[in-house]
Design a protein around this ligand. Structure first.
Ligand SMILES: Cc1cc2nc3c(=O)[nH]c(=O)nc-3n(C[C@H](O)[C@H](O)[C@H](O)COP(=O)(O)O)c2cc1C
Length: 160
């Protein structure tokens, strides 16, 4: 039984998620990052998370080479930043719009996020067009704040 790509995409639009920016630091010191909604917690002991990253993205090879990445969970007011990190802007242009500091792994942690998970890459699985990267969380930072959500092709906020 096979389904069309349209049917697949239509069904996936019904899935509401948070929005993250996954960042890393390339070997030459360049900061890289991209918007990622395919994020999940995997295990608490040890603390593992996963992200699904297109193999053609600028960050994919850099994450494999550096062996580190950070998951920056976006706050409700960061929709523009999400847009920039999913656009044709260069890494320099993207990071010019964000304040960040270096995590213990060397990956950049973006300011103003509700949480930052600083990870060492411990496993990678090739799945279709994407890599599934599993990271062991080395350090976390979290603060109160409403999350940025993505649903049916658009950004949403929680109505409370
Ligand atoms: C809300 C949103 C969620 C996204 N989620 C993912 C994702 O989970 N995995 C992925 O590979 N790309 C995802 N993308 C697309 C990438 O952010 C986009 O293709 C980005 O430009 C890739 O980085 P690059 O231009 O540096 O290669 C998402 C885009 C948006 C707007």
């Amino acid at each position: 039984m096979s389904i069309s790509q349209d049917e697949f995409k239509q069904a996936l639009r019904r899935w509401a998620s948070g929005v993250t920016i996954v960042t890393t630091k390339a070997g030459d010191g360049q900061l890289l990052g991209m918007t990622v909604s395919a994020f999940s917690s995997v295990s608490a002991e040890p603390p593992l998370v996963l992200v699904c990253i297109n193999q053609n993205s600028t960050s994919a090879d850099a994450i494999i080479e550096s062996g580190v990445f950070a998951v920056n969970i976006l706050e409700a007011g960061q929709a523009d930043l999400s847009g920039s990190f999913a656009s044709s802007k260069t890494p320099e242009e993207r990071f010019a719009e964000a304040q960040c500091s270096e995590g213990v792994t060397g990956a950049p942690l973006l300011d103003g996020c509700t949480a930052n998970l600083d990870c060492a890459l411990v496993q990678k699985v090739q799945a279709g067009s994407h890599w599934v990267f599993v990271g062991e969380v080395q350090a976390v930072r979290s603060q109160d704040g409403a999350p940025l959500l993505y649903f049916d092709g658009g950004y949403r906020n929680i109505q409370q």
